[in-house]
Design a protein around this ligand. Structure first.
Ligand code: NAD
Length: 303
């Protein structure tokens, strides 16, 4: 059995309010749309009827409308072929009312998600998953990149707490997915952090994690990060969203961090829900706005 450190920081930790931070971003986007006479367009494609995906897609559409965007939700049947989906993306690529195209993942197994993502025009790839955008981010061309929304939202919360200059901070990112872990590590590196990436094959992850000033957990394992993983005073960003069943038959959402035992050690921590989750949609709005700005600046029509 592991021992839990008994030390604690003097000040109570800040519980980072992702809802408030995301609303502030949405307000900025709304104001920019009006002030710059823009009509950003966002198309969100849903294939099949996964209930969780349907909720995410609906929320994205609602936010887009709130921001004054042109919003399209395209619902496709579970049995839609890969070719049919690619044809819809092709149409949206050349639709001048659409600036952002997002395909909700996961896709049904008969569709190659990789091929679908690479079919989205890189300039409209507001999820930031196309190789062109991955390359821009990895090579440090942040001005050209569309950066994945969850890491971008996490960085926003980190800078809100620690300030813009993260030079010299040791950041530990737990998880190496293309959607969260890897782009998060690239972003933190770009902001002058010393970055360590932990993953499922890492030996003694708790020892490495204990060196971190900033911990970003993006794993999908409820409560993986325990108190003995944390240096007192660290900032902890919990990206994980895990639904666990309770003894009474109900369920609830928890993160990858054992919040109750970790929070007292930290200088600040994001809760689940209400931390990183709301940021992802807000940054999707910001990414779509930035594409609309680029199109307007150079008079692009994509036809
Ligand atoms: P993923 O399954 O693609 O990747 C998980 C990563 O965790 C892998 O790289 C794996 O190597 C690593 N891992 C697995 N077990 C580990 C262990 N014991 N120790 C260290 N590393 C381990 O998942 P993902 O898409 O990156 O998502 C991660 C979590 O973040 C999930 O809970 C997901 O629901 C959540 N998520 C939240 C948002 C949001 O908006 N807040 C967005 C995307 C993902």
């Amino acid at each position: 059995m592991k021992t839990v450190p008994s030390f604690s920081t003097k000040a109570a930790p800040v519980i980072i309010d992702g809802k408030a931070a995301s609303q502030a971003i949405v307000e900025q986007v709304k104001a920019a749309v009006v002030a710059e006479h823009l009509r950003p367009g966002l198309a969100v494609l849903l294939v099949g009827s996964d209930p969780a995906s349907a909720v995410y897609v609906r929320n994205k559409g609602l936010r887009a409308k709130e921001c004054g965007f042109h919003s399209e939700q395209i619902d496709l049947d579970e049995n839609t072929s890969e070719g049919e989906l690619l044809a819809v993306i092709g149409r949206l690529n050349s639709d001048e009312n659409i600036h952002g195209i997002l395909v909700q993942l996961p896709l049904p197994r008969h569709i190659d998600a990789h091929k679908v993502i690479q079919a989205i025009h890189p300039m409209k790839d507001v999820d930031g998953f196309h190789y062109v955008n991955v390359g821009h981010l990895a090579s440090g061309a942040l001005g050209d990149a569309l950066v994945p929304c969850t890491p971008l939202g996490s960085l926003h919360l980190i800078q809100q707490h620690l300030g813009n200059d993260l030079s010299g901070k040791h950041a530990v990112v737990i998880g190496r997915s293309n959607i969260v872990g890897k782009p998060m590590a690239s972003l933190l590196l770009q902001h002058n952090c010393t970055v360590t990436v932990l993953h499922s094959r890492t030996f003694e992850p708790e020892k490495l994690c204990r060196q971190a000033d900033i911990v970003v957990a993006a794993v999908g394992v409820p409560g993986l990060v325990k108190a003995d993983w944390i240096k007192p005073g660290a900032l902890v960003i919990d990206v994980g969203i895990n639904r666990i069943e309770l003894a009474d038959g109900n369920s609830r959402l928890v993160g990858d961090v054992a919040f109750d035992e970790v929070a007292p050690l930290t200088s600040a921590i994001t809760p689940v829900p209400g931390g990183v989750g709301p940021m992802t949609i807000a940054l999707l709005m910001q990414n779509t706005l930035s594409v609309a700005r680029r199109f307007k600046k150079v008079g692009l029509t994509m036809r």
